[in-house]
Design a protein around this ligand. Structure first.
Ligand code: G1P
Length: 306
């Protein structure tokens, strides 16, 4: 079955980035020259997704405006003959091949609740969930281009027809920042790992593995009744991870070791690393950045460590 819809839980307040996010959504913070949200929307479209469903909250309209027409701006660019920029701006607009919908999450009850808020828009087909904070750059660590991660996952879903979630190996002392899977067997040649359970943000001593769930999922609609009756879990929130464990009754579930480099743009350090890594890939920025970084490194290496 084709994956046509993707849910983007984007209702978070972005408090980690205050004061930058006082008047703009954190998803609109730029990474080099595009807002963070645009990377994940482009990834969804590259995977053939036709409906993007934003689960939003108060103050998130700039994000919806970003994917809508801007007649004054378009006219100005046309008059000035800035045609390439005009095409870029026009290509952001949802048209007949894809659409953007949004639904409000009225209470901040957690990721599981956010996904549940999209139930009527999703309907009865398998769908994707994509967390824009996880910026997954489609290159290998040594710079070889790979398919965007949701495209990789859609291919895997077509093969196994079971729910899956992106996973990556993390340092043992970071388990309390992620959902952690309990693998029930080895990884296959395509990168799929069968899962027998999962736990949200366990302490290192309680973690069943060091394989963390990263913000890309393909789920089946029977997750919604499970989310509807899910009680608050880790951090007092309704967790998607807990409801997914319930899917194990009727489905095989897989972790997918994706190809690509993930930047955790939900943290200041990950956001800065993402900006720097992507900026260094742009030749005219690299020209200025590399000498600057060398010079700054020389300075900081003489300083006592933080
Ligand atoms: C969420 C999920 C968690 C997952 C993480 C990936 O946590 O609940 O299972 O590992 O995203 O980024 P959050 O980062 O919203 O606390």
């Amino acid at each position: 079955m084709k994956i046509r819809k993707a849910v983007f839980p984007v209702a978070g307040m972005g408090t980690r980035f205050l004061p930058a996010t006082k008047a703009i959504p954190k998803e609109m913070l730029p990474v080099v020259d595009k807002p963070l949200i645009q990377y994940t929307v482009e990834e969804a479209r590259a995977a053939g997704i036709e409906e993007i469903i934003f689960v939003t909250s108060r103050g998130k309209t700039p994000m919806e405006d970003h994917f809508d027409r801007s007649p004054d701006l378009e006219e100005k660019l046309r008059c000035r003959g800035q045609i390439e920029l005009l095409h870029q701006i026009e290509s952001l607009v949802a048209e007949d091949t894809w659409s953007v919908f949004s639904v409000r999450q009225n209470d901040p009850l957690g990721l599981g609740h956010a996904v549940w808020c999209a139930r009527d828009l999703v309907g009865d087909q398998p769908f994707a969930v994509m967390l824009p904070d996880d910026l997954i750059h489609p290159v290998t660590p040594d710079g070889q281009p790979v398919a965007p991660v949701m495209k990789q996952m859609v291919e895997q879903f077509e093969r196994v027809q079971s729910p899956l979630m992106a996973v990556m190996e993390i340092p043992p002392d970071h388990t309390n920042r992620y959902g952690i899977i309990n693998p029930s067997g080895p990884q296959d040649a395509e990168g799929l790992i069968p899962v027998t359970g999962m736990v949200e943000k366990p302490k290192p001593a309680m973690a069943p593995s060091h394989l963390a769930i990263i913000g890309r999922y393909i789920l089946t609609p029977d997750i919604f009744p499970l989310l509807g009756k899910q009680r608050a879990g880790a951090g007092g929130e309704i967790q998607l991870t807990d409801a997914m464990a319930g899917l194990l009754k009727n489905h095989l579930l897989y972790g997918y070791r994706f190809r690509g480099v993930r930047y955790d743009c939900g943290t200041k350090s990950g956001y800065q690393m993402g900006n720097l890594a992507l900026a260094l890939e742009v030749p005219e920025l690299r020209r200025y950045l590399l000498p600057f970084i060398r010079e700054r490194l020389g300075y900081w290496e003489k300083m006592p460590p933080a």
